[in-house]
Ligand binder design. Structure first.
Ligand SMILES: [Mn+2]
Length: 339
């Protein structure tokens, strides 16, 4: 029996987000979980490299990754799949390479000095780097998920699914095209969708983008609308982010039984809360799972108790013989540990 633990969106070193792994108790909880796993997948946005102080972020990451690596131990396996916030780890390599990627391209661990440092900190665990995704076995594909942004129309920084009528399978795209969006022609008959109700709520318009943008803008998270934000983001997730992720998988020509992604910080599907038919592609062939985040955002949780889709500590577990499942690893930790 083999057990794979997938976590994403740690954003270690972020000045604008609270990475809970910079606190002892959440880190210990993760280390306990890591110890029970045969393999750890770090599914992107592990280190915050988009806020401009890469050196500081890496310094914050060093002790956390060292703790993870030593708990996994010699022979243990860590797979890193960079996301948009830690893409600088492989950016130079991508540029120098200059040709098409597989959907699970193996990236040399010395692709950059920073990546080499990560590998060194994680030792004695062995680091493997894949981009833009990794096949966990023949049936589950995992990716950070930032390619889904290509299928959203940014309007007032609010993402909406483009070209909803686009026929599934009518066009294909490659990782290279997702990396170089000007060459992507996914939506020749681009059509504006009716204004969603959510977009009319003042202050909400930018919230989806706020969770994924390089620097979280304080003014986008107005505390006065906090009770609405999680519900509205949930609506956004169902109507736009999940279909966009399904479209990425379809355009890449993949037919996995399940897709695990991060990026939008929304753990799920959660039992008893989410409609499982929404967490599938339109043909109901592929299950979609989101690994949530390890950042504490009280304006999204709004004093709710976990299990909550925006509670930090999200993970997806993949075990032989059973479908992947999402779970919160910090559901019994009180808010004040994070603040
Ligand atoms: Mn991301």
């Amino acid at each position: 029996m083999s057990r794979t633990l997938i976590i994403s969106d740690l954003h270690i070193g972020s000045a604008s987000r609270t990475c809970v792994l910079e606190h002892e108790q959440p880190l210990e909880r993760l280390l306990d979980e890591v110890q029970q796993a045969d393999r750890l997948v770090l599914l992107g946005d592990v280190v915050e490299l988009m806020e401009g102080r890469a050196r500081d972020a890496l310094a914050s990451a060093a002790p956390i990754l060292a703790a993870i690596g030593s708990r996994i131990g010699a022979g243990g396996e860590v797979i890193l799949v960079p996301g948009n916030h830690d893409r600088p780890l492989i950016r130079g390599w991508l540029r120098r390479r200059g040709r098409e990627l597989e959907v699970d391209e193996l990236v040399p661990v010395d692709a950059s000095a920073a990546l080499s440092s990560l590998a060194r900190w994680l030792a004695p665990a062995v680091l493997e780097v894949r981009y833009p995704g990794v096949w966990l076995d023949g049936s589950a594909w995992a990716t950070h998920g930032h390619y889904l942004d290509r299928h959203l129309i940014p309007v007032s920084a609010w993402g909406r699914l483009r070209d909803r009528r686009g026929r599934a399978g009518a066009a294909t795209a490659s990782p290279w095209q997702y990396e170089h969006p000007r060459r992507v022609q996914l939506s020749p008959a681009l059509r504006w969708l009716p204004e969603p109700v959510a977009a009319r709520v003042n202050g909400f318009a930018a919230l989806l983008r706020a969770t994924t943008m390089p620097v979280l803008k304080e003014e986008l998270l107005d505390p006065r609308i906090a009770p609405l934000t999680a519900r509205l983001l949930s609506l956004q997730m169902r109507r736009h982010a999940l279909p966009a992720m399904a479209r990425v998988v379809d355009r890449l020509g993949l037919e996995p039984e399940s897709v695990v992604f991060g990026h939008v910080h929304r753990l799920g599907p959660l039992a008893g809360r989410d409609d499982l038919t929404e967490w599938r592609d339109p043909q109901q062939r592929t299950a979609l799972l989101n690994s949530g985040s390890w950042v504490y955002e009280p304006r999204l949780t709004n004093r709710a108790r976990p299990p909550h889709p925006y509670w930090p500590g999200g993970a997806v577990i993949v075990e032989d013989g059973s479908p992947p499942r999402a779970l919160g690893l910090l559901d019994d930790i009180e808010d004040y540990f994070f603040s």
